[in-house]
Design a protein around this ligand. Structure first.
Ligand SMILES: CC(=O)SCCNC(=O)CCNC(=O)[C@H](O)C(C)(C)COP(=O)(O)OP(=O)(O)OC[C@H]1O[C@@H](n2cnc3c(N)ncnc32)[C@H](O)[C@@H]1OP(=O)(O)O
Ligand SMILES: CC(C)C(=O)C(=O)O
Ligand SMILES: [Mg+2]
Length: 523
């Protein structure tokens, strides 16, 4: 494997790439991701803790919230450069300059579209008008601050000669950073590398300014295109936490930063990011904007360091490098996770059992493993408590069973009537009222089983297609000090919810029965 190649520009020391975070501006443009000024301050503090070089705090001309956020952040966050965005309009630039008043390191960021499509249909401007407006606005911004960034919106779809002309005019007017956005996520890595190399080599004054890439993810190439821009000479990358942003989003900071770190020998470029803060920052943003991170998201997704397949778990147990290219601790996870489920093998099960204090001979392990696989037919994830129950021969598959249920949502309060069969086969009926059908149902189940579960999260979604389609309910609850998760599936989502609730209640009851035996075994 060829792991190294000549560094960008054959530099003897790694090139320093500035991280320009636009979570609070382009990220916030994600539909449904608006933040309040106070929330933006909380996020800005986390970004400063991460070590980003520039934080784009908003677009002051667009709203009072943006102005307020920019002012608050300017007061409270002093280390990174603080940028705000303006169209090439004098009033926008004045509003931006006012919002940055008092900032320790202010930057004005002005942009105008350069592509033929945008010039003709959006701006209704000629090339000459775009050129003159860009130069005039950069000069106006330089009248307020020394640090001015200029962006050529839709730059990658712009005629090359004209793009070079606009960039040259912006540099001549005093821009100190030139950002060439791939606004529509249209370009490819090869094109991006060549475009940056060409502009830097040919535009007068290009070597005196910093070139920047701003890539969108419409074709899933935002990170690859940003890396290619660095190879072409860019020394600033614009990105967001969790890759949020317009449409499919922006270049994800965590992915870009880790690509530069893990493949350091290839890229020979560093950032100043404290990578251990990546997962905390991702979780913070997800909570602030209410947008969950997909489980299989690179670096910060819950599955990024989780292994369920037996072959992978076996490899991981022998040497972590067999199935991980970075350490979870380096990005802020506490450790890798071995999830026991239907795809797991003997190596992982016996390793987990040993950790729980059970050292088994070959025959005993075969027996325990057969029980484990049978259990996996009934539940997706096998937890330590389930393994202990298995070891004590207490996985009977009975417990409380749902015999029938009727839920109605007429009148002021919803009501649920259920019938269960208990572990000894006796029938128990209960009725309860609630704020909604599911609330009533869970109250009836609690009354019938005597188990009190505090609901933390409840999600229902459909799995399968066509005739196989089922509703699946996933519950996270607390029972005393313990957290539990349960799943239920049915053609009816209310019934799926009851089954998920009973799944947890039966395991809680099993764990309670086993408590004395467990204490004796570990005494
Ligand atoms: C690629 C990007 O991410 S660009 C940033 C996008 N972000 C946003 O748009 C979020 C904030 N935007 C807003 O709150 C509003 O759009 C505002 C306040 C900026 C403007 O609102 P309005 O005055 O009602 O205009 P509207 O949004 O309908 O249209 C945009 C106007 O800006 C003009 N415009 C767009 N970009 C630029 C630019 N870079 N320089 C100068 N004018 C521009 C358009 O031509 C249009 O002008 P027109 O109304 O004279 O036709
Ligand atoms: C305003 C610019 C930088 C932008 O967000 C884009 O072109 O995508
Ligand atoms: Mg953008």
């Amino acid at each position: 494997m060829n792991d190294t190649k000549p560094a960008p520009g054959n530099a003897a020391t790694p090139a320093q790439v500035r991280i320009f975070d636009t979570t609070l501006r382009d990220g916030e443009q994600s539909p449904g991701c608006s933040m309040t000024p106070r929330q933006k301050v909380v996020m800005a503090r986390a970004l400063a803790g991460l070590g980003v070089d520039v934080i784009e705090t908003g677009f002051p001309a667009s709203s009072e919230s943006d102005r307020e956020a920019a002012r608050l952040i300017a007061r409270e966050v002093r280390t990174p450069v603080l940028a705000v965005l303006s169209r090439c309009l004098p009033a926008d630039i004045e509003a931006s300059a006012r919002a940055l008043d008092g900032a320790a390191r202010p930057r004005l960021h002005v942009f105008i579209s350069t592509s033929a499509l945008h010039r003709e249909h959006k701006l209704r401007m000629s090339k000459a008008q775009v050129l003159d407006t860009a130069a005039a606005c950069v000069a106006q911004a330089r009248g307020f601050v020394d640090d001015v960034e200029f962006s050529t919106e839709d730059g990658t779809r712009t005629e090359r000669e004209f793009l070079a002309e606009v960039v040259g005019a912006a540099i001549a007017a005093g821009a100190t950073t030139i950002n060439v956005p791939d606004t529509l996520g249209y370009t490819t890595p090869e094109e991006m590398r060549a475009l940056f190399a060409h502009l830097i080599a040919t535009v007068p004054g290009a070597r005196e300014v910093v070139f920047s890439a701003h890539c969108h993810d419409d074709l899933g190439m935002a990170v690859a295109n940003s890396l290619a821009a660095i190879e072409g000479g860019a020394r600033q990358v614009e990105c967001t936490i969790n890759g949020i942003g317009e449409r499919a989003g922006n270049c994800a900071m965590e992915e870009l930063v880790m690509a530069l770190k893990v493949r350091g020998a290839w890229y020979n470029a560093d950032t100043g990011i404290d990578t251990r803060q990546l997962v905390p920052a991702s979780k913070l943003l997800s909570r602030l904007v209410g947008m969950p991170v997909q489980r299989n998201k690179a670096v910060v997704g819950a599955n990024a360091f989780a292994h369920e397949s037996g072959i992978h778990q076996h490899g991981m147990l022998r040497h972590r490098g067999t199935y991980e290219i970075m350490n979870p601790e380096d990005v802020g996870w506490p450790a890798s996770k071995m999830v026991l489920g239907r795809h797991s093998g003997r190596a992982a099960v016996s390793h987990r059992l040993r950790a729980l204090g059970y050292t088994l001979g070959e025959g005993q392990l075969d027996q325990a493993f057969a029980g484990f696989k049978a259990l996996c037919e009934r539940q997706r994830v096998v937890e330590d408590r389930d393994l202990e129950a298995l070891m004590h021969g207490d996985i009977r598959g009975d417990g409380f069973r749902l015999a029938s249920m009727t839920v109605s949502d007429r009148g002021q309060r919803a009501s649920a009537e259920i019938e269960l069969s208990d572990p000894d086969g006796r029938s128990i009926g209960k009725r309860a009222l609630g704020d909604g059908p599911v609330d009533a149902l869970f109250s009836a189940l609690a009354a019938a089983t005597g188990v009190d579960l505090q609901l933390e999260s409840y999600q229902v979604h459909s799995v399968g297609i066509g005739a196989d389609a089922r509703g699946e309910a996933n519950l996270s609850v607390r029972c005393g000090d313990d957290a539990w998760e349960g799943t239920g599936t049915s053609t009816d989502v209310i019934e799926a919810s009851a089954l998920a609730w009973l799944d947890i209640a039966n395991r809680v009851l099993r764990a309670r029965q086993l408590q004395p035996q467990r204490q004796a075994a570990h005494a």
